[in-house]
Design a protein around this ligand. Structure first.
Ligand code: GDP
Ligand code: MG
Length: 180
């Protein structure tokens, strides 16, 4: 019998950066082009095997709208992990991500594992060559990595649409969660 650990995880980030889409990709391996906005928060679970360890992620997907922002502490207060998501084509969403990281470090559990996630990488990619098109992105890899290094975060660029790095984010978090 391998050990099973439950991990309470919260998603934070500006509205429409793709939080719910990342969860849908991770939980159902699916994507919806016009996903209806989350109201309040949604709860989903997904199991994930890492080596001999089974992790049950208990995922709180929050709404990004300002009117729900004051509810966020309810979800991150006893979270063991957080995904702070921004859209790599939207600089304002990166500024918002910085604020969430600061708030988590001030208010959340001091052992919380945080992943900084720059989503919508597919929007940068030339469908013919598969290469990144120059000038498409608004947040550089260096900016993302610098914030992650300063604040001690995991860092990934993802696409909920193409599935790039989505499982990798959760696996990396799972590896950092201490055994119970
Ligand atoms: P949330 O408000 O952060 O939960 O964002 P949603 O998951 O509701 O996504 C907002 C919009 O962005 C929807 O129309 C999604 O289909 C779209 N979207 C989400 N992730 C991606 C992605 O990786 N690539 C692209 N191109 N669109 C995405
Ligand atoms: Mg949502």
């Amino acid at each position: 019998m391998s050990k099973q650990t439950s991990v309470k995880l919260v998603l934070l980030g500006e509205a429409a950066v793709g939080k719910s889409s990342l969860v849908l990709r991770f939980v159902s391996n699916d994507f919806q082009e016009n996903k209806e906005p989350t109201i309040g928060a949604a709860f989903l679970t997904q199991r994930c095997t890492i080596g001999t360890k089974t992790i049950k992620f208990e995922i709180w997907d929050t709404a990004g709208q300002e009117r729900f922002a004051n509810l966020a502490p309810l979800y991150y207060r006893n979270a063991q992990a957080a995904l702070v998501v921004y859209d790599i084509t939207k600089p304002a969403s990166f500024i918002k991500a910085r604020h969430w990281v600061k708030e988590l470090h001030e208010q959340a559990s001091k052992n919380i594992v945080i992943a900084l996630v720059g989503n919508k990488y597919d929007l940068l990619v030339d469908p013919e060559t598969g290469d990144e098109i120059e000038g498409r992105r608004s947040v550089s890899v260096e900016e993302g990595q610098a914030l992650a290094d300063e604040e001690g975060l995991l860092f990934f660029e993802t696409s909920a649409k193409s599935a790039l790095n989505v499982n990798e984010v959760f696996t990396a978090i799972g590896k950092q969660i201490p055994e119970e």
